[in-house]
Design a protein around this ligand. Structure first.
Ligand code: FAD
Length: 310
């Protein structure tokens, strides 16, 4: 089916839900960029916005500050990413208590990347939650939180096979997770095949595609290889020759991202989670192509929010 037919169909018939992921800023300038992006994207009415937890739990304080500010200053529903890497159960439970007091009721529960970042060896803390499934159980024992977990259409790099990988997802669901967001993946056939495998394993929670807008193809490719995400040849060809042409690269990225989500809509996916990298423009364009408009339906809210942010 042609992209324009996909686009027409997506905009007419389908109820689309989006969520946005941000990372906690390191300094005042990054904080300003983050809040400009939140203000620009908020009028699109995301189901929730999530804030990541740095590798090795390194952003505990900053993640908490960002989530708390979202709670206090916006109408958005926040989800706090939480990992169990390099922390005892008591330490993790203390973080959970702080979030509870701040009014947070939704976690993205993860094992976490080691301090050295993606691709370095994971060593569980002997006194800690050993994996995300144990963390989900710990959260549920604390309170009836909404819990989202991670899923891997191309398998987690440490996983020996799909059966082991999906078994871990099933353990997370059995312990109380009600949604999974996937690692980013550029091949929609792979997404679809993965969801079929998951359903065959008796897992029926929503599997939400994680969408990574391509701000810089070279750096995204490097990160993808560490995460076990395959970069298809057709995608490399789209960006070939644009290494020193960020303006055109951004235009191509908007086209590629829109094409991917519209094709996923055609395949029956209605929910999308965007890895924003704290930047709004590409995500906003792709959401616009999905038919999303600002709160009042005519775009005025989005326009005034972006004018305020400027
Ligand atoms: P788990 O569900 O515990 O395990 C993931 C997979 O690893 C399993 O399915 C299994 O296949 C394999 N595995 C784990 N242990 C074993 C074992 N002992 N033997 C065999 N196989 C095993 N990281 C951060 O640090 N901070 C974040 O904020 C963050 N946010 C993320 C958000 C999303 C949507 C996604 C997809 C990932 C995110 N990550 C984040 C990355 C994540 O922490 C890493 O992918 C981590 O390596 C695994 O976390 P998990 O929760 O999937 O782990």
């Amino acid at each position: 089916m042609s992209v324009s037919r996909l686009s027409r169909r997506a905009m007419r018939d389908v109820d689309i839900n989006v969520s946005f992921e941000f990372f906690p800023p390191k300094n005042d300038k990054m904080e300003q960029t983050l809040w400009n992006s939140i203000e620009r994207l908020a009028p699109l009415g995301p189901s929730f916005v999530s804030v990541t937890y740095g590798a090795g739990g390194s952003t505990r304080q900053r993640t908490h500050e960002t989530v708390s500010r979202i709670c206090k200053e916006t109408d958005l529903l926040p989800a706090a990413h939480l990992t169990c890497v390099d922390a005892s159960r008591e330490e993790v439970d203390e973080v959970v208590r702080e979030y509870w007091q701040a009014g947070v009721r939704h976690f993205v529960a993860l094992r976490g990347d080691p301090k050295g970042g993606v691709g370095t060896r994971y060593v569980p803390n002997p006194d800690g939650y050993q994996n995300a499934a144990e963390l989900v159980a710990g959260l549920k024992a604390f309170a009836d939180f909404e819990i989202t977990v991670a899923a891997y259409p191309e398998r987690h790099p440490e996983s020996p096979d799909f059966a082991t990988d999906i078994d871990m997802l099933k353990r997370k669901v059995d312990n109380g997770a009600t949604r999974a967001i996937t690692q980013f993946c550029f091949d929609n056939d792979v997404f679809e095949a993965y969801v079929e495998r998951v359903r065959k394993a008796g897992i029926y929670i929503p599997i939400v595609p994680g969408i990574a807008p391509i701000h810089n193809f070279k750096s995204l490719s490097g990160f993808a290889s560490k995460c076990g995400t395959h970069i298809p040849d057709w995608l490399s060809k789209r960006f070939q020759g644009l290494e020193n042409d960020p303006g055109t690269e951004e235009l191509v990225a908007a086209a590629v991202g829109s094409e991917q989500v519209l094709d996923l809509v055609e395949r029956g996916f209605n929910d999308f989670h965007f890895y924003t990298m704290n930047r709004a423009d590409l995500v906003y364009a792709i959401c616009h192509m999905l038919g999303l408009r600002a709160d009042d339906g005519n775009g005025d809210d989005a326009e005034s929010a972006s004018a305020e942010a400027a």
